[in-house]
Design a protein around this ligand. Structure first.
Ligand code: HEC
Length: 123
């Protein structure tokens, strides 16, 4: 193999590896938002976080989940090992697939509307 071919091959594999690594850290697993909604209601996430992920309270604020800015890894880590008062959900209760589905569901929620959308607030 010529030196050029070796350099080209190494560059190609590096590009493939880098491409894969960045795709993995940015893309959540494909989730089924409709099933995520079912699990979100069945596993009682809504009792603290609201039926449309609008947030609520439990010994303090239970954060808004609609359109979460958390990456999937952080979202899942909170569910498995909550940072504070939220109950933990082990994989015996909630599979990784269920979490991916919930993530797709909360990402699909519209979140709060802008005050500009309410004519009475713009008089
Ligand atoms: C008993 C109330 C309660 C239930 C039920 C609950 N949570 Fe939470 N959740 C909280 C509280 C309180 C926090 C704030 C952090 C903490 O206390 O651990 C939180 C934090 C989170 C966060 C971090 C959000 C952020 O932006 O920081 C995610 C994600 C989350 N919950 C998802 C879920 C999901 C999904 C379910 C259902 C499987 C669920 N929670 C069920 C109370 C709850």
């Amino acid at each position: 193999m010529s030196a050029f071919k070796v350099v080209a091959a190494v560059g190609f594999f590096a590009a493939v590896l880098l491409g894969t690594a960045s795709a993995q850290s940015q893309n959540a697993p494909a989730g089924d938002a409709a099933h995520g909604r079912v699990v979100f209601l069945k596993e009682a996430c809504f009792t603290c976080h609201g039926r449309v992920g609008e947030g609520g309270a439990y010994n303090g604020p239970a954060p808004v989940l609609a359109r979460t800015a958390l990456p999937f890894e952080g979202f899942q880590a909170q569910i498995r090992n909550p940072v504070n008062d939220m109950p933990a959900y082990s994989d015996a209760v909630l599979s990784d697939k269920d979490i991916a589905d919930i993530y797709a569901f909360v990402k699909s929620l519209p979140g709060p509307r802008s005050p500009k959308d309410f004519p009475i607030l713009n008089n």
